[in-house]
Design a protein around this ligand. Structure first.
Ligand code: ATP
Ligand code: MG
Length: 445
């Protein structure tokens, strides 16, 4: 035996069963029929974004680690403990799977000088990665859809983004979503508030948890964001940043509110809403539902006028939001919405493999007319009885079965059987006109 024929010879002994591999914890497979909801949601988003004249961007999933450390802030949940960071084995670069989309988008905007001709309205969709404890509504790979407006400093774009999100909830049929609004003012105002806040928190240092103590002097504002119930009363009594805002910041906040009022968008002011990233200023907001427990924030955003220069670009204002796709879809499920209909229009029943070439020609003609057609695939297993083929046709949910029987084919025809009305009326259609029949179906399906 030559070496190569030895390799090709079947192994005599039974192959050991390969060990089953499973996916990474907190990272989900999205499979049919559930994936149909995703496609539906994405289509709604694309349509609505087009109506607001927002343009799509597609950005890398891996970015230099320094982008997030600089952009999000060192003392944030994400940078402190949630990033998937690694060293590129080939060139030693420090890289991170993106935990959010804004920093990368700003990096791209600066790198490609996109604001050269004026402001931009952009959106993205895609996976994000955070090493968190997996639970309902909180995963390690999850998906965000984000909308960002760069190059405009006025309150009207803050309001436009909120109107856009609000319209999206309407299009998706979401119920019980409320809007919380706050203003983080400008850095100097935050500085004044910070001193008062630290003094207040120091007075109550006995109830502060470890994380709060650690952040007391590095990022005290974030302590207001705590979910620790033991700290709620201290946090509620803390000095309000809103009370430290100057005239310009208040005017901006009031302008946003006036536009929302005029458009009938309800909101409540939450003076303790601070958001997870350091880059925000002025307007911040969250859309929250009570239906998803503690993972009820479906969308968050705000203004980030200083991020672009922090990442090395020419100073330029910006504002945006990101929604969590899994949470939005869970809310849709929670509301009991049915899955989008995946049934094909027709199912082709093929009694004998000899009919496959003609049958597949007909199916191609139907698909060209926009008809969705599923073919019985079984020649590798002996096609199967008519009864089992009809069972599969029923299970597919198709409205019609096309039966490519030898007798009809000999006359240049195919049998058409309605699967959805009880009596199952059957007739035949000429092979030369069946595509026209398919076309006429479009108005009745
Ligand atoms: P949370 O307070 O729930 O941790 P966050 O402030 O970290 O949220 P953002 O960074 O503002 O969240 O992200 C925007 C949205 O993305 C959130 O409102 C949420 O809907 C979604 N999101 C964030 N982290 C996750 C995750 N680990 N799994 C699923 N969705 C997430
Ligand atoms: Mg978080």
């Amino acid at each position: 035996m030559s070496e190569s024929s030895k390799e090709n010879a079947p192994k005599a002994e039974k192959m050991a069963k390969a060990q089953k591999l499973v996916g990474v914890k907190g990272m989900n497979d999205i499979l049919p029929p559930e994936s149909a909801r995703w496609e539906w949601l994405e289509a709604q988003v694309r349509d609505l974004m087009a109506r607001y004249a927002y343009r799509n961007v597609r950005l890398p999933i891996v970015e230099p680690t320094a982008l997030f450390v600089r952009g999000l802030g060192e003392v944030t949940d994400i940078v402190e403990k949630e990033m998937y960071s690694f060293e590129d084995r080939l060139n030693g670069e420090q890289l991170t799977l993106r935990p959010e989309g804004t920093a990368g988008l700003v990096r791209a905007v600066v790198e490609h000088n996109l604001l050269y001709e004026g402001g931009k309205r952009l959106y993205y969709m895609g996976p994000m990665f955070r090493h968190e404890r997996p639970q309902r509504g909180r995963y390690r790979q999850f998906h965000q859809i984000g909308a960002e407006v760069l190059g405009f400093g006025g309150a009207e774009v803050d309001a436009e983004l909120i109107l856009l999100a609000n319209d999206l909830w309407k299009v998706l049929g979401l119920k019980d979503v409320r809007l919380e609004l706050n203003s983080l003012g400008q850095p100097a105002e935050r500085q004044a508030h910070r001193a008062a806040l630290i003094a207040h928190l120091e007075k109550h240092s006995d109830v502060l948890d470890e994380e709060a103590k650690r952040r007391l002097h590095s990022n005290p504002l974030r302590i207001l964001d705590t979910k620790n119930p033991a700290m709620q009363s201290v946090v509620e009594a803390a000095p309000r940043l809103l009370d430290f805002l100057g005239e310009a910041s208040l005017a901006h906040f009031n302008a946003v509110k006036a536009i929302l009022d005029a458009n009938g968008v309800a909101y409540s002011i939450n003076p303790r809403l601070v958001r997870g990233m350091d880059y925000y200023n002025l307007t911040v907001f969250e859309f929250i539902t009570t239906r998803l427990g503690s993972q009820g924030t479906i969308c968050g955003g705000g203004r980030y006028d200083y991020l672009i220069e922090q990442i090395g670009g020419k100073p330029s204002p910006a504002v945006g939001w990101a929604l969590g796709v899994e949470r939005v879809l869970e809310l849709i499920k929670e509301q009991g919405e049915a899955l989008p209909d995946l049934a094909p229009d027709v199912y082709a029943i093929i009694p004998e493999a000899a009919a496959l070439p003609v049958a597949m020609q007909v199916l191609q003609a139907l698909r060209a007319q926009g008809v969705s057609a599923q073919m019985h695939a079984g020649s590798g297993e002996g096609m199967g009885s008519m009864k089992s083929q009809f069972k599969k046709a029923d299970a597919s949910g198709a409205r019609f079965a096309l039966v490519f029987g030898a007798e009809e084919l000999a006359q240049g025809r195919v049998a058409v059987k309605s699967l959805r009305d009880g009596e199952g009326a059957q007739r035949t259609e000429s092979l030369s006109t069946v595509a026209d029949w398919g076309h006429s179906l479009q108005s009745t399906l």
